[in-house]
Ligand binder design. Structure first.
Ligand code: NAP
Length: 275
């Protein structure tokens, strides 16, 4: 591979279709400004049939330091990258691609982004309930399998899909219909699109949860989902979707730009993202 001579500023980008809604340019732009790094981060629309051309053009562009990947490319992009962490046989989806010398490497930072806000909870052997069985749920189940949690109850409109995921990640538990009552879990995670702007609300009864349960909603638009509002009304501890979003971006930022983002400025970043 011959790299094109650098024509200017280093840059990373987020690719997807559609892409205008992505908050990644705001997050990475905030950190680049805060650290005074002379680089850019932009959003680039790439259609499904344009993915191969995209990687061909970026591979030889020495200004390009990597990209984040969103819908619909998270799985198909695996074909164009080195898969050092064997994501293909675990989460099966990548959200970050970075350059490492001659190599273009793919990875998934969603699992670690999910884990970071709950790292201090002692969930070993504890029961967990997860709603949803899509791409984000795969990253979350991967993280839960590494955390040594106890039984996992997975609620989804298609329980067969949920059962297959539990088996894939070697988790013990039950796959139930979405309408089933939730168990008395130590952690409840909404990993579905329910509650997101434009989607139906997530209608579940939190009564079975113990008083020290934590409710984690990965949906970040809106930030205060009806699920989180119900959890707060019951005085339960909550984690919102921006925590995971900022966490997964922080790991990608370091891979792109070689510097840790200024996490002590998270409050200002959250304000920017919600204004
Ligand atoms: P996805 O792969 O499309 O999966 C969506 C999940 O929601 C599936 O399990 C799907 O059920 C379920 N679902 C969708 N519409 C439903 C409906 N009307 N009734 C019942 N279930 C429904 O999407 P994803 O990538 O996993 O993302 C899910 C959510 O997480 C989105 O809101 C996304 O913005 C958010 N997210 C947040 C972060 C973060 O960093 N905070 C990261 C990734 C994703 P089926 O399995 O039956 O299709």
């Amino acid at each position: 591979m011959t790299l094109r001579r650098s024509s200017g500023q280093a840059y990373a980008e987020v690719i997807g279709d559609p892409i205008a809604h992505s908050k990644s340019p705001l997050i990475h732009g905030f950190w680049l400004d805060a650290l005074g790094i002379d680089a850019a981060y932009r959003a680039t629309q790439v259609a499904a049939d344009g993915l191969a051309d995209y990687f061909t053009s970026r591979e030889t562009d020495s200004d390009w330091v990597g990209c984040n990947i969103t819908i619909p490319h998270k799985e198909t992009a695996l074909a164009f990258v080195e898969d050092r962490g064997d994501v293909r046989s675990s989460i099966r989806a990548i959200n970050t691609v970075f350059r490492d010398g001659e190599a273009i490497v793919g990875t998934n930072t969603d699992a670690a982004g999910f884990y970071a806000p709950i790292a201090d909870l002692n969930l070993a052997g504890q029961s967990v309930a997860v709603i949803g069985a899509g791409g984000a749920a795969r990253a979350i189940l991967f993280a839960l399998s590494r955390m040594g949690v106890g039984r996992v109850t997975l609620l989804n409109r298609n329980p067969l899909k949920g059962a297959a995921l539990l088996a894939h990640f070697g988790l013990n538990g039950d796959a139930l219909k979405l309408e089933a009552p939730i168990p008395p879990a130590a952690l409840l995670v909404n990993a579905s699109s329910l509650g997101m702007t434009g989607q139906p609300p997530l209608a579940i009864d939190l009564a079975p949860l113990p008083d020290d349960a934590v409710v984690y909603d990965i949906v970040y638009a809106p930030l205060e989902t009806p699920l989180l509002a119900a959890a707060r009304a019951r005085d339960l501890d909550t984690v919102d979707g921006l925590d995971m979003l900022i966490g997964q971006a922080a790991l990608a930022f370091e891979l792109f730009f070689g510097a840790a983002p200024p996490r002590e400025r998270d409050d200002a970043l959250r304000e920017l993202l919600t204004s």
